[in-house]
Design a protein around this ligand. Structure first.
Ligand code: SF4
Length: 252
């Protein structure tokens, strides 16, 4: 089996210095020249990934772009997936969870066990996201993501090139220093197709049952697994029409 290409800390540091003030096209060109088909862009069909897809389509059409279809995505996400494929005349690599895993989960716990506990939510994410991602990452030496520093406190130290300790692989974040404004300006300028959920208050898009629009002023990731907010943990889980909801929605 071929060994994975591993960069030293010093090499990562140097790359971060070199590409900090260079155009994204140069960075992608370096990445493609160095890794070829051993690098892939992970697309969640969110706006940052759409920007990176547009760059790849312009500069390096051969860069692999993959989507993890958890089986629980919003229709709007499938719409933008379809539109993007038509727009650029290309095909994503699509990865699904293992059939046996999902069947076993449903038979054991039903279709929405993720609302019942953090452990159950992690179990579902493991089956539908982590395992398929691990499968894809076993085929590459590096992966590209749309992570930006200003997306969350936990992302504020994101570098262009960094070692991903979770998956033990080089992670490349070409948009690390971009602001949200820059992302949207680029989308408008280049007429890039984007997920219409962004226009409905969803800055961050994941699976349909686990993502909702945020209120003005809320953290951009507040709509993800919202029932795990500290307030909800204290009050227990609230349901309305069979869906978990925030306490104030119950009161309205
Ligand atoms: S986000 Fe929700 S539906 Fe999607 S994999 Fe995680 S728990 Fe399951």
């Amino acid at each position: 089996m071929e060994e994975k290409k591993i960069l030293s800390e010093k090499q990562l540091e140097d790359l971060n210095k070199v590409y900090r003030n260079k155009p994204i096209e140069d960075l992608l060109s370096y990445v493609y020249t160095t890794f070829g088909d051993k690098v892939a862009l992970a697309s969640s069909l969110g706006v940052e990934d759409q920007v990176l897809t547009a760059y790849c389509m312009k500069e390096n059409r051969a860069i692999r772009i993959f989507v993890l279809d958890t089986g629980r995505l919003n229709q709007e996400t499938y719409d933008v997936m379809h539109k993007t494929m038509e727009n650029y005349d290309f095909k994503y690599e699509i990865y699904f969870p293992e059939r046996e895993d999902v069947e076993h989960l449903y038979q054991k716990k039903g279709p929405q066990s993720f609302y019942e506990s953090i452990e159950n939510r992690k179990e579902c994410c493991h089956i539908r996201k982590v395992k398929p991602l691990t499968r894809v990452l076993s085929t590459v030496d590096a992966w590209i993501t749309g992570i930006r520093r200003s997306q969350a406190v936990t992302r504020q130290h994101t570098e262009l090139f960094e070692w991903d300790n979770t998956f033990n692989i080089l992670k490349i974040n070409p948009l690390a220093y971009w602001t949200e404004k820059e992302v949207w300006e680029y989308v408008k300028k280049e007429k890039i197709p984007y997920n219409t959920l962004h226009d409905q208050g969803y800055p961050s898009i994941g699976c349909e049952p686990c993502t909702r629009a945020i209120e003005p002023g809320e953290d951009v990731r507040a709509g993800r697994w919202w029932w795990e907010n500290p307030e909800q943990k204290e009050c227990g889980l609230h349901f309305k029409d069979g869906k978990a909801v925030r306490k104030k929605d119950l009161e309205s």
